[in-house]
Design a protein around this ligand. Structure first.
Ligand code: SF4
Length: 254
């Protein structure tokens, strides 16, 4: 019974809120005059116009990021005003658009890719440099070959570097740059790595869905996202561009 408490609390809360709204609407309908309703609708219209302006600003700034030349991404020279606009777009506009795309099942991965790109641009604009031991690389478990007979844990020590999967190259990379690495089976394991290692910066490799939810989850920690490649379908023998991973490790470490 105890583990159902959250569900019961949430359901009760939602029903109570809807009940209060119904009661309020009834009271308004019975007791308020036409003039008061007019004022309420005017206030509602103003709030909606402000929200539309916020959405339009978010759309404009994200659209500019999309048109930007991919190769110029690492040269960031952004005004504080523009950084603030991107930050607002990432916090308000994109979550709103992602929720709508999830709700209507509309090109979810494409929308998430836009979010990841915009987030990466924002993170690059912060010009962050951390000590190698403060950088955590989070990898998805599906990077390990399904034919591998070793059980790879966080530090990749168990990898015998047979070369069958990307883990071999990544092991070399994390040793070369002395950065931390975590192999995550999902969001919970990724969060645990972050709590245990307390990094100041994260480079995460994952699919569109996991990267998007991961970046949104760790609100205050900057995360640079790298999409994995999935030639064998989702969650099986995935790949990552290790050159890109190395470039980003070098870029974000002192
Ligand atoms: S490179 Fe490492 S992890 Fe990948 S299959 Fe070989 S031993 Fe396993």
């Amino acid at each position: 019974m105890n583990h159902n408490n959250k569900f019961i609390n949430l359901s009760f809360g939602v029903i109570l809120v809807v009940f209060l709204l119904s009661a309020l609407t009834f009271v308004f309908a019975v007791f308020l005059g036409v003039e008061t309703f007019r004022i309420i609708f005017i206030i509602l219209a103003i709030v909606l116009v402000l929200f539309v302006m916020l959405l339009f600003t978010g759309f404009t700034i994200i659209n500019r990021i999309l048109k930007k030349d991919e190769n110029s991404s690492l040269q960031q020279d952004m005004s504080p005003f523009k950084k603030t606009l991107i930050h607002i777009a990432l916090k308000v506009f994109m979550p709103f658009i992602i929720t709508i795309s999830n709700l209507f099942n509309y090109n979810k991965d494409q929308i998430r890719r836009v979010y990841i790109k915009a987030n990466n641009e924002y993170v690059l604009s912060l010009n962050i440099k951390v000590e190698p031991e403060k950088l955590l690389v989070i990898l998805p478990h599906c990077l390990q070959s399904s034919k591998c007979s070793y059980r790879i844990r966080n530090n990749l020590n168990e990898c015998h570097q047979c070369g069958l999967c990307n883990i071999s190259n990544i092991k070399d990379l994390v040793e070369k740059y002395s950065v931390n690495v975590g192999l995550a089976t999902g969001g919970t394991a990724a969060r645990k790595s972050i709590i245990d290692l307390k990094p100041e910066f994260v480079i995460a490799v994952a699919c569109e869905r996991d990267l998007t939810s991961g970046i949104m989850d760790v609100n205050r920690l900057p995360v640079y996202g790298i999409l994995n490649e999935r030639p064998n379908g989702p969650c099986k023998d995935t790949l990552v561009d290790t050159e890109q991973l190395e470039t980003m490790i070098k870029h974000f470490t002192n």
